[in-house]
Every structure is written in structure tokens, then in C-alpha cells.
Design a protein. Structure first.
Length: 129
């Protein structure tokens, strides 16, 4: 097991929970890619490069100001691939609470994340405020 990558994923997830975009992006390669949970292509919506990925990541907190990724579990699959599971929880702008299990698949290039590929259960809002 690559303890350095495992630790990176834990810090990365904490940065998501802290809504710390600078820390998150410092862990991504300059030519990084993010595949969202939904979108028009077979891969969801595709974002390429630091600028597009940063904007896509920041939109998570714009759409879910209290977004959190809870109960994280991290798995190193091989030298360049890892997976995490977590429970996404957040309140959308209309006040509806969303909570669903999710998986992220990661591809590394060296000590940085090159690809984040996100998957989340398609669950309707669980309540409103």
C-alpha cells in the first residue's frame, strides 16, 4: 500500500470538507481532469485543466453551501489508481437536503491527482427546510 497517496487522499477529502479550493488544486496536476456525476457525455460533464476543474469544484459549494463528504474510506488500487467511498450530504439552494453514497476513482501522475471521476447514487432530496 502506498501510504503517501493514502495520506494525500485523506488531506484532499478534508480540504473538500473545509471548502479549501487552493489546497485541493495544489494536489492536482496542471493538466487534470474531472468527470462529474452527471452530464451530457458517457463520462458525465468533462472538465479539463486547472481553470475548468477549479470552477467545477467550486460550484459544488455554490450549489450546496454546507456540502460535506463523510465517513471516507480510501483504497490504493495500484501504483497509479485509488478509490474512495464517502457519504455526500448537503443542502441545496432551495433548502432540500441531499444525502447519498458516492465513490471517487482517482488516477495519479507522480504524487498528484490527474483524474477525479465521481459517481453518486441517484437519490432524490430527503427533506426540505
Amino acid at each position: 500500500m502506498d501510504k503517501k497517496k493514502l495520506e494525500l487522499l485523506k488531506i484532499y477529502t478534508q480540504a473538500w470538507n473545509d471548502h479549501d479550493i487552493d489546497t485541493i488544486m495544489s494536489m492536482m496536476t496542471s493538466d487534470c481532469t474531472f468527470y462529474t456525476i452527471a452530464g451530457p457525455t458517457v463520462m458525465g460533464t468533462e472538465h479539463h485543466g486547472q481553470e475548468q476543474v477549479r470552477a467545477a469544484f467550486a460550484s459544488a459549494w455554490q450549489n450546496f453551501p454546507d456540502a460535506a463528504w463523510l465517513d471516507g474510506q480510501f483504497y490504493i488500487l495500484d501504483e497509479n489508481h485509488a478509490m474512495s467511498t464517502s457519504r455526500f450530504k448537503g443542502t441545496d439552494l432551495s433548502g432540500a437536503l441531499h444525502e447519498a453514497q458516492m465513490v471517487d476513482l482517482f488516477t495519479f501522475e507522480g504524487d498528484k491527482i490527474k483524474v477525479k471521476n465521481a459517481f453518486r447514487k441517484n437519490r432524490p432530496a430527503v427533506s426540505g427546510s
